[in-house]
Design a protein around this ligand. Structure first.
Ligand code: ZN
Ligand code: ZN
Length: 267
């Protein structure tokens, strides 16, 4: 499903667009398409950017946008962001999924470039930053499921396994869950969005942390996700090669490859 357009791997979900696209041309996108551009990933995308352990992306929908996580190394995040024409000063908000260094590395650079950027931080991480005296100027500590602004919601960081918040983008076609590492468990996160927030999801994108999960269990997770309405999945970062292979086989056409520089359009 991927094709090279101006050096960026573009995956379009939607048969109408696929049939209308000619290789080498920029496809017309409906105004209501949600777009995610992966800025930092340990998998290579079709854009010739350096890869490194970590994750970060840009999320856009109907004129609203935010930066999600910030990779591991500040200088590499900056390099990739600049190559993808991502300028922190153009963004009203930064969403940090969890406290791990492979998601928070570029935060300092982002806040330095845009001191008035609103930082949505998992409550536990906000507490850590407060203790270190390094809280950004504008922030919100998010513990419970919360509407942030426009189409963006947070699951909050209250999970049994690990304090991590997932980003939910509510679109006209269904909700999209973006995860950093997915430490709480993807099923737990998807159920929370459905049951506590009342938002139906049709896509999951990000790290799913299934490196040490048995093949059988990954297969079961895939089945349950599909039963919960997930049609599209982009498992990347810390998901694990084997788990990605199983999810790819299970979701078929609904599988989307991640990687640095990859642009995902969901209409
Ligand atoms: Zn990670
Ligand atoms: Zn992590």
């Amino acid at each position: 499903m991927g094709r090279l357009i101006h050096g960026i791997g573009l995956i379009i979900i939607g048969l109408m667009l696929l049939s209308a696209n000619q290789p080498g041309t920029v496809p017309e996108r409906p105004d209501d398409a949600m777009k995610i551009t992966i800025i930092y990933d340990n998998y290579p995308g079709s854009h010739p950017l350096e890869t490194d352990w970590g994750f970060a992306c840009r999320v856009e929908y109907l004129g609203d946008k935010l930066l999600f996580d910030s990779g591991g190394k500040a200088d590499l995040y900056q390099k990739n962001a600049e190559a993808l024409k991502v300028s922190p000063e153009d963004f009203p908000a930064l969403f940090i999924s969890h406290a791990h260094g492979d998601h928070t590395g570029g935060m300092g650079w982002i806040v330095e470039r845009n001191p008035s950027i609103m930082c949505y931080l998992p409550a536990t991480f906000a507490m850590q930053l407060k203790n270190r005296g390094s809280l950004p100027e504008r922030y919100m500590a998010v513990a419970e499921p919360t509407h942030l602004f426009g189409p963006f919601y947070s699951t909050g960081d209250q999970f049994d396994q690990f304090p991590e918040q997932g980003l939910v983008v509510r679109t006209g076609q269904g909700g999209v869950l973006v995860t950093g590492c997915g430490h709480p468990g993807v099923l737990e996160m998807v159920s929370k969005v459905k049951e506590e927030m009342g938002i139906g999801l049709h896509a999951v994108i990000g790290g799913l942390h299934l490196l040490r999960t048995s093949d059988r269990e990954v297969q079961q997770i895939a089945e349950e996700l599909k039963q919960m309405g997930i049609r599209y999945i982009c498992p990347t970062h810390c998901t694990g090669d084997k788990a990605i292979g199983i999810l790819k086989a299970s979701f078929g056409e609904g599988y989307i490859a991640g990687g640095t520089g990859t642009e995902i359009v969901i209409e």
